[in-house]
Every structure is written in structure tokens, then in C-alpha cells.
Design a protein. Structure first.
Length: 88
């Protein structure tokens, strides 16, 4: 909520708003780590193994990491890294 205002008027975050920004960044960073550790739905060619459906949940870390890196990771990374703090 405060980021568009601060960008539009070149206002720095101060006091409790600065702490709030760091906490929000921390939650987004935690989300990135959680996405590497959760299961993903994958399409199964042999639907008999997946209880009557076409998809199953896979928890293998390599499969999960490749899926996340090829889908949402770039957007999550760009939206999480505080580039404004790095460049100043």
C-alpha cells in the first residue's frame, strides 16, 4: 500500500513503515523457500496410479525445484528482492 505512494512522491519509508516493509519482504522471502519444499501437481500418463485422476502430487525435491524455477520463481525473485535498498 505504501510502495506506490513512496515511488510516486519519492518519499522514503521511515520509522514503523520501514520495519513494516522489511517484515513484508521477509514474508515474501519465506514464501520462496516454502515453494521449494512443497509438492506440485504433475500430469500422469498412467491414470491408474493417481486414484482416478490425471494428476498426482509429487514431493521429490528435484522435480519440485525444477517446476518452481521454470514457472513462478523469476516473478517471485524480482518482486521480493529490495532493489531500492540495494541501489541506494
Amino acid at each position: 500500500l505504501t510502495v506506490p505512494y513512496r515511488i510516486a512522491f519519492a518519499e522514503p519509508a521511515m520509522g514503523s513503515w520501514d520495519i513494516f516493509d522489511w517484515v513484508v519482504d521477509g514474508f515474501f522471502l519465506a514464501d520462496i523457500f516454502f515453494n521449494f519444499r512443497t509438492g506440485v501437481y504433475v500430469f500422469v500418463l498412467n491414470s491408474e496410479a493417481s486414484r482416478g485422476g490425471d494428476h498426482e502430487v509429487v514431493y521429490e525435491q528435484g522435480v519440485v525445484a525444477r517446476h518452481y524455477l521454470s514457472t513462478w520463481f523469476a516473478l517471485d525473485f524480482v518482486s521480493t528482492v529490495p532493489f531500492d535498498r540495494i541501489t541506494t
